[in-house]
Structure formats: C-alpha cells, structure tokens
Design a protein around this ligand. Structure first.
Ligand SMILES: Cc1cc2nc3c(=O)[nH]c(=O)nc-3n(C[C@H](O)[C@H](O)[C@H](O)COP(=O)(O)OP(=O)(O)OC[C@H]3O[C@@H](n4cnc5c(N)ncnc54)[C@H](O)[C@@H]3O)c2cc1C
Length: 458
C-alpha cells in the first residue's frame, strides 16, 4: 500500500495574536518584517541549511540575497544609538524586539549574522572617533548591498566560556591571557593570534570587532576592543565550517599575523571600563538573543499547531487527542512567557545604550563617571530562559510531528538543530547562569552596577 506523505512544508501564514498594544509604526514593522522573514529569510535559510559550507559563501549564494534584502530595507539602522539617527529612523524598543523575533522566526543563522553585523558597527558609533565614523560608519549605514559586514571576534581555541567567567574574577590570572594580543608600536597597534572557528559570519565579513589582550598585562579583564579591517595584510580567515545547526550563517576562524592597526581603531582601551563594557555588551547581546530565540520557539509552535490539525490518526486530527492538546498548550505558554520577558528586557536595556555612548570619550583613560548600567543577571536570565524555551518547544514540536519531523526535508528538523545550538551560541546555558548567579549573590539589593568597586578590583 502506498503511504501518502503529508506536505513537507507545513508552515502556516497566520499571524499570532499579539497581546501588546502596538502603535501604527510597530504594527507596520511587524507586518513588513514578517513578510521579509517568510518570503526571503526563511526560504534562503532552508536552502543554505542543505548546502555544503563552501557553497554557502559563493557570490550566488542565497545568503547574500537575504543579507542585501535586509540592508536595502534599512533594518540595520534601527539598532544604532538614538543620537546617531534621523528622527525617521528611530524606533521604539518594542519595534526592535518585534523585528528580532520575526528575524529569528525566519532564520536563527541570518538573525545571528544580522546581530553581529549591527553589533560591530554600533560599537563604532558608540566608541569611535569622528574620523573613524566618517571612514566606516557612514558607508555602512548607506550600504544597501552588504559590502560592509561585521563579525565579533571574542572566543578563541583555548578561551570559550573564559570570556564570560573572567568578567567577575578581575584579579584572577587563572584564565591565562587572551591568545590574540596587541602591542603598541608608536601610535599603531600590532595584533597577533587566533580567534575560534565559531566566529559568526567571519568567512564573509569585511570588519571584525576584536577582543585582544594588552601584551603588557595579564588576564582577560585587561582586554582591549579594536575594529579591524579584515582585508589588512596579515589577516587570514579559515574555511567556513559545517555545524549541526545555524548552518545558514557561515562560521570560521580568524588568524592575525603581526597585523598593523591604526590607533584610531582602538575602541575600548585596557582600563577599568573594559570589563564593565564587556559585561554591558553581554547585556545587549543577551536581550537581542532572547527575542531571536523567542522567534525560533514560535516557529516551532506554529509548525506543530499547523501539522496537528492536518495529520489524522485514530480517525481524527491528532489535535483532537488530549496529549497533543496539552503539549501544544505547554508550548504556547512557554512562547508567550519568553516573549514577555524578552521584550521587557530589551526595553529595559535599550536606554543604557545612550549612557554608554555618552561615556565614549572617557573609556580610553581611567575616568568612569557616575554611570547607570543595565543589570547583568536580569539580561542573562532572559537569554537563558528564551534559549531553554526554544529547545524545549522544538523538542515538543518534533514529538507532535512524529517521524515526518525527523526527515531531512522537514523544517522542524532544522529548527530543532538550530534551537539546540542556542544552548551553546553566545555562552552556554550553564556558564551564563553561573555568571548571573555571581552577579546576584551579595548584590541582591543593588539595582545598579558599582563602577568604583570595579575600578578598585581592577
Ligand atoms: C552557532 C555559534 C555561533 C557562535 N558565534 C560566535 C561569534 O560570533 N563570536 C565568537 O567569538 N564566538 C562565537 N561562538 C562561540 C561561543 O560563544 C562558544 O562556543 C561558547 O561561549 C562556549 O565556548 P566553547 O564552545 O569553547 O565551550 P567551553 O567553554 O569549552 O565549554 C565546554 C563545556 O564546559 C562548561 N564550562 C566551561 N567553563 C566552565 C566554567 N568555568 N564553569 C562551569 N562550566 C564550564 C560549559 O558550560 C560547556 O558545557 C559561537 C558558537 C556557536 C555554536
């Protein structure tokens, strides 16, 4: 007897009921972003997932089509510090959260690529000199093709979780030094060393925001942040690698062999501000990932919901069975709470971007003004929660869909692999939780971060 296979692509187009009160602009962004995610990002992401790593970065790859589409629509500008934007480009934190969720719904990899790109050039906006902004930021803002693309060089072959765990161990030298070092040579810096093979978008990036060790100091707390042009002599990029998930964004290692970098490319110096800056940077990336992960979770819920009403077993659609109903409810509950927390934390953290930007002139020295900071434990917690939910919901969706979900051409199989990768990308769940716990213990009653305390320990 011939078995009839249900449609492999059972994505549903229905919008979810959003309980937030959205302004006209937020509604417009939501609808436009969903269209791009559905019509451009998700199809590109499915095609990329099935390609080999080398083909993914060929000029005709759907990756570049997706990236240039996002660029041409100007979404990258929404994430620059407010003072850098024309009134027309400024959007609310809720609009940013909505956009990131839609992007995550379309593709975790392309959302990651977008995230590291925006991060790179936002840091130039926040900490770069006027000369550097004219050289790099303005062309990036107006680049509608994706010729300028950033990546974030933090982890190294011998330093993965260390980058996060060292933040609250400022005096400790247990972690050793960053492998990538920078030594002063007149007004320039000479950079050598290697970043890990997991640097998102590295194989296609034009620039990297790079964490490096001051060669004169010990320990990751004495890091520095540079923006490096990846076409500089001495830079080489490893081949794109194949991973279980997030195959729709190329990852690769970056090697630096005595790379000369002009002094103006130093964004954050080896100073008491550096560990605070990294801590706060992880707040921003945490809340962004929380919203993206919510999109991944929602995509899984929608796949399961749609399939459950079509698949007939026991003479009825499986959505009629109580076990499937309870599973779908539990998935829904998780997606809703993840969205709520992620949106709240993005709104909370967004206001600190301006504060950090206003500190941009003081970070090269020792002066740290009376700054307000975001709360690391809350931001990490929203990231951890959303990542945990994304994988749990993906796992449940796979169970609802059954063997069809395990097949190569099913979207849920890809979403499941992506959701699993989230437990490692941008910090493992355990290490993020340990970091949040250390920020919590002995600090429960403190809303703000105490820069003087950091300066004393530094
Ligand atoms: C899809 C993807 C994209 C990525 N993109 C980037 C990027 O753009 N830029 C970049 O720099 N990096 C990137 N990474 C790297 C990522 O940040 C690291 O993989 C992550 O921080 C974990 O480091 P690791 O893989 O070296 O694991 P390890 O640090 O070796 O950890 C291995 C295990 O040991 C545990 N562990 C480690 N240290 C401790 C500790 N002190 N206490 C308790 N448990 C510990 C961990 O929880 C984990 O279970 C990416 C990774 C992935 C998967």
């Amino acid at each position: 007897m011939v078995q009839v296979r249900p449609e492999a692509d059972f994505s549903n187009e229905a919008a979810f009921l959003d309980i937030a009160t959205l302004s006209d602009e937020e509604s417009m962004i939501k609808s436009a972003a969903h269209s791009v995610a559905k019509d451009v990002i998700r199809p590109a992401s499915i095609a990329l997932d099935r390609m080999n790593a080398k083909d993914r970065i060929l000029p005709e790859s759907p990756y570049f089509y997706a990236i240039s589409k996002l660029r041409s629509l100007g979404y990258h500008r929404m994430f620059l510090p407010g003072h850098y934007l024309d009134d027309g480009d400024q959007v609310s934190p809720l609009a940013k959260a909505i956009f990131l969720e839609e992007l995550g719904w379309g593709s975790l990899g392309i959302a990651t690529s977008f995230g590291v790109d925006v991060l790179t050039f936002s840091l130039v906006a926040m900490f770069g000199s006027d000369e550097l902004k004219a050289e790099l930021l303005d062309p990036w803002i107006n680049d509608s093709e994706g010729r300028f693309h950033g990546c974030w060089g933090a982890t190294e072959p011998i330093h993965g979780s260390d980058g996060i765990m060292a933040l609250r161990d400022l005096g400790s030298t247990n972690f050793g030094k960053w492998q990538v070092t920078a030594r002063a040579d007149g007004s320039d810096w000479i950079i050598s060393g290697q970043k890990s093979a997991w640097v998102s978008s590295a194989p296609i990036a034009s620039h990297c925001v790079l964490h490096a060790q001051n060669s004169q100091s010990d320990g990751p707390a004495h890091g520095m942040l540079f923006i490096v042009d990846l076409s500089s002599p001495g830079v080489s990029i490893g081949p794109p690698i194949d991973m279980l998930g997030v195959r729709d964004d190329p990852q690769g290692e970056i090697f630096f062999d005595e790379v000369r970098v002009p002094g103006r490319c130093l964004l954050v110096a080896d100073s008491p501000f550096y560990p605070i800056f990294v801590d706060q940077l992880l707040c921003t990336t945490s809340v962004n990932i929380a919203n993206i992960a919510t999109g991944v979770a929602r995509a899984c819920l929608e796949e399961a919901l749609s399939y459950a009403t079509k698949r007939v077993q026991g003479g009825v659609a499986i959505s009629e069975h109580k076990n499937i109903q309870l599973t779908l409810y539990s998935m829904f509950e998780k997606v809703e709470t993840s969205r709520s927390y992620a949106r709240q934390m993005l709104r909370y953290t967004d206001r600190f971007t301006e504060v950090e930007a206003s500190n941009s002139q003081s970070n090269l020295g020792f002066a740290i003004g009376p700054l307000a900071f975001s709360s690391p434990r809350h931001c990490r917690s929203s990231q951890i929660y959303a990542k945990r939910v994304a994988f749990e919901v993906a796992n449940d969706a796979l169970q609802v869909i059954g063997a069809m979900g395990l097949s190569d051409d099913s979207l849920i199989q890809k979403l499941f692999r992506d959701a699993r990768s989230l437990w490692i990308e941008d910090g493992t769940l355990e290490v993020l939780a340990l970091d949040a716990a250390r920020n919590l213990i002995g600090n429960y009653d403190k809303y703000e971060y105490d820069p003087q305390e950091v300066a004393q320990k530094w």
